[in-house]
Design a binder for this molecule. Structure first.
Ligand SMILES: [Cu+2]
Length: 72
């Protein structure tokens, strides 16, 4: 069953940041879809067996802060 994780990502200022974060999340194993919204600073991640700390680390490596807001 695919699961959905939502994260708050802070530090993004433009579409370039959004793309960097989206690509970072997309590169994590198990991620099927990543949607990042600049205005709300929310990242929605859909995937199978996603390791949350790996997602957070991928975002942090790009220079942004990520915290989980919801999980299902
Ligand atoms: Cu930017």
């Amino acid at each position: 069953m695919p699961e959905k994780i939502e994260l708050t990502v802070t530090g993004m200022t433009c579409e370039h940041c959004v793309r960097a974060v989206t690509e970072a999340i997309s590169g994590v194993e198990g991620v099927l879809e990543a949607k990042v919204d600049l205005d709300s600073q929310l990242a929605s991640v859909i995937g199978d067996g996603i390791d949350l700390p790996t997602v957070v680390a991928a975002i942090t490596e790009e220079g942004y802060e990520a915290t989980q807001t919801t999980a299902s």
